[in-house]
Write a protein that binds this ligand. Sequence first.
Ligand code: 5GP
Ligand code: MG
Length: 169
Amino acid sequence: MEELVTLITESEIQQRVLEMAQEIRQDAGDQPILLLAVLKGAVPFLTDLSRAITGDVLIDYVQLSSYGNQTRPGKVHVHKDHDLDIRGQYTVVIDDILDTGATWQHLSDLLLTRAPACLKLAVLLDKVGVPKESVPDYVGFRVPNKFVVGYGLDKAEMYRNLRYIGYLK
Ligand code: 5GP
Ligand code: MG
């Protein structure tokens, strides 16, 4: 196993996720909230966040695959679409990290064609120093422009099970 430097501890994550749950519920009022998590990286965040949100919550998933290369930079493909109808739903997309924002750009364009009551983005992490067009509605932590792993975030499918977030030295 490579050497990891801890960036955000388990207790810091747990504390912040509780705060985010309260912020999300406060903004939604008493409407049911549809949490739409982006597989696979957002799963630990989704499970902790969803259980901390009071009132009615629905959960669904999308999975995207990105074929970023020189000829088609950041082309995003929907690998698994959501099952629930988001029309008229108060919808909050849950993702692990906002880097360039290309994923969100594509996903939000698509989801908006399906007429949710509103469409918000909650990310656990936002990478600073990366130019991006969109600002998430809810951000857990801002992290430096390093490759981070843990709490859902992987490197070649490893490290998703860590309870903290770190970067590889
Ligand atoms: P974006 O489309 O915003 O550039 O990238 C978002 C996606 O890229 C994230 O959902 C995540 O899957 C992946 N990603 C971006 N930065 C990192 C990182 O530092 N570590 C890991 N593990 N994945 C990242
Ligand atoms: Mg992702």
